[in-house]
Ligand binder design. Structure first.
Ligand SMILES: C[S@@+](CC[C@H](N)C(=O)[O-])C[C@H]1O[C@@H](n2cnc3c(N)ncnc32)[C@H](O)[C@@H]1O
Length: 453
């Protein structure tokens, strides 16, 4: 099929053929994270659009609501075919208990519950436990790829990499369940930044779902050309795409307005943040379309690694800029204070550095990281008794196999090389847990400290 044959959602308007679909009563027994319209859409999709030339795949099937809808549609179509349902099947109470009365321990296997709940569709569903970061699809062309697991930049990249080759240009429907959700901002950005590659074919009247086709192979010439990450976009591009979405997808308008605030926090100037915040505050939308501030403004998980990367690349100025962006958020970001403090210290702004790290220690009183960063900043300025005390406390708090062990020992080595630092440094080093000292790299550092004392 050529580009021009792909039906487009905007040219079709909001006429949603699935609005009259009647879901089966049995579906009511399943906990779900999908809206009613999303469920009707999935039933319609496999009932009315499935042709049978490729697989139906459900990525992130949880307790089975999406799989059951897709299976129900397949059964109604009378065609052969099964839903291939993938999930980690590991329970995470932090978000799963919101939508289910099931109470399992963190990490518990919930596949048995999935199988029990989807029993009425068992002939039509094949469930498989898989980590989508790793799993490579080898099941031939995919006709319908329902994606409800694109929860991070990394997972989205892995899904595009591992399932992308089975996407047939102009034929496969890629259903992004999280498309309008502000926290998965990369979905509208990755499609909107490449209108030559992606065409929207449907979206739902409520919920977050938007369905796309690709105009050519994702991984061939003119394809996506690599992984996406927070640095793939900028504020001008993000705003343009999100404003455009507000215009062409009115059902998602309030969600895109909220996404624009997230984009402003990630990429914009202070004035952009204020303007975007005012627009969010002025929204007159139903409560369920409002993303709680602690989710909407939580940008630290994206930006803190970038700030550390900037420090690693020797660009302390950029690290400060990135870390300061986290502090504009109304969602506390204590971990941004770490790279901020260290970057300020690299810029010789020692007082500010210490004050940021003391703030971090106040906000994270039980964590060893602020102690280590403070010791780093203090010992960079010369021999420091305070730094040794902090490292002693950090060693007492760190588990024996902590990745931070080597960092602590590097600082002890630094202090050991300073006048009068060798003996007290050795004393602290010897207080480390035996498991930590079993690491050959750390042992090597200990030997060098010993040799100096
Ligand atoms: C929002 S829930 C899906 C809801 C479900 N589609 C429904 O209709 O109710 C997201 C699912 O993605 C799964 N998931 C998250 N990370 C994953 C990974 N790395 N590999 C496989 N599944 C993953 C989670 O276990 C969870 O069940």
């Amino acid at each position: 099929m050529t580009d021009t044959n792909i039906p487009s959602a905007s040219s079709r308007g909001p006429n949603r053929e699935w609005s009259a679909v009647l879901p089966p009563e049995s579906l009511g027994a399943l906990p779900r994270m999908l809206s009613g319209d999303e469920q009707r859409y999935l039933i319609w999709l496999t009932e009315s659009r499935y042709e049978g030339w490729g697989a139906v795949v459900d990525l992130g099937c949880w307790l089975g609501s999406s799989s059951a809808c897709l299976a129900e549609g397949l059964a109604r179509s009378g065609k052969q075919g099964r839903v291939h349902s993938f999930d980690l099947f590991r329970w995470d109470p932090s978000y799963m208990e919101r939508d289910s009365s099931l109470r399992l321990a963190y990490g518990a296997d919930f596949m048995p519950e999935f199988l029990r709940l989807t029993l009425p569709w068992k002939e039509r569903i094949q469930a498989q436990q898989a980590d989508l970061f790793e799993f490579q699809w080898r099941g031939g062309p995919i006709e319908i790829l329902f994606v409800d697991a694109a929860k991070t930049w990394g997972l989205t990249n892995a899904i595009l990499r591992n399932f992308g080759p089975a996407i047939d240009p102009g034929r496969t429907r890629v259903v992004f369940q999280d498309f309008r959700y502000p926290q998965t901002m990369w979905l509208p950005l990755l499609t909107g930044s490449r209108p030559d590659l992606w065409t929207e074919v449907e979206n739902t009247a409520d919920g977050y779902t938007s369905t796309w086709m690709v105009n050519r192979s994702l991984h061939g010439p003119g394809g996506i050309g690599g992984d996406y990450g927070p640095e793939s976009f900028d504020f001008v591009t993000a705003s343009r795409i999100l404003e455009e979405r507000e215009r062409i997808d009115p059902a998602g308008r309030s969600l895109y307005t909220q996404t624009r605030l997230r984009a402003a926090l990630m990429y914009g100037e202070d004035a952009d943040v204020s303007a975007a915040r005012s627009m969010v505050e002025a929204l007159n939308c139903p409560e369920h379309e409002r993303t709680p501030t602690w989710i909407l403004e939580d940008i630290a998980s994206d930006l803190v690694p970038l700030a550390w990367n900037a420090i690693g690349a020797g660009d302390a100025t950029r690290a400060v800029v990135i870390a300061m962006r986290c502090l504009r958020s109304r969602c506390p970001a204590p971990f941004a204070l770490g790279p901020l403090g260290l970057a300020l210290s690299r810029l010789r702004r020692h007082e500010e550095a210490e004050s940021r790290l003391l703030q971090m220690r106040e906000q994270l009183p039980d964590r060893p990281e602020p102690l280590i960063y403070l010791a780093d900043v203090k010992s960079a300025q010369g021999p420091s008794h305070d730094a040794l005390k902090l490292l002693e406390q950090a060693l007492a708090a760190l588990p024996g196999d902590s990745g931070n062990g080597d960092y602590v020992f590097a600082l002890l080595e630094r202090i050991a090389s300073q006048p009068g630092g060798a003996r007290p440094s050795l004393q602290v080093a010897e207080s480390a847990k035996p498991e930590m000292l079993a690491d050959p790299k750390i042992r090597g550092r200990l030997e060098r400290i010993r040799a100096r004392s």
